[in-house]
Write a protein that binds this ligand. Sequence first.
Ligand SMILES: [Zn+2]
Length: 251
Amino acid sequence: MTDAYDLGAKIRDSLYVVIDHYAAALPLGVKAIQGGGMPGSASKEAPPPVPVHVLDVRAMCCSRLAGWAEVVLSKRQLQHSSLQRGDALGLARFLVNHAEWLAGESGQIVADELGDSARELRALALPDPPTGVVIGKCPILVDVDPCAGTVRATPGEPIRCQRCGTTGALDWWQAVMHDAVAPALVTAGELISIVAMATGTQILTHEQIRQWAARGKIQRAGKDLKGRTLYDHVKVTEFAKTGQWPTEGAA
Ligand SMILES: [Zn+2]
């Protein structure tokens, strides 16, 4: 009997989830299916914007509830004049009172079916649980393309890409997102072509860049993963044009 008891509790839990989320699973402005009618008629009543899979989930849920309610009514020889096939909430509330009996009568299959509907409805009602502030699109390269997952900041948690799971502090994310749009720091080789393009006349050499850096006329900006020295091309271009190293914050 313990099994039937546990199964009954499971069935009841699923029914409560259905009751909680059936209405919320409907897109705003769409009325819950009520009154008589077969569950299948839902698609005729709802306006076009309702996604087909929402209709499917609701119709399937209704159909399961109605099916099990019929089992209860017929096998327990009950009369329940106000039960209607299309009234998911009414059916679910009715079944809550017969959960243990259903568990004993039909066992796992009831629990599985109603569990499926409960999960599907909950997923529709809460498609994106505890959200947060969207920081932007994830620029982390996966193979060769950016991940492009949504990066979210949720209070009390590291800022995380919802797709690849990369986490980082806000300033780090901002830096990598900015660099993905237009890399601020480039190697000497890239710097040469950028300055040539920007000025139209100046062709720097690696030696010249090294000398400028060694004399403190321009500043190095760290190294990349291969150990190559990086430069802020905006500032170096500015220096190449004016002979002045831009002060911090001017760029
Ligand atoms: Zn990502």
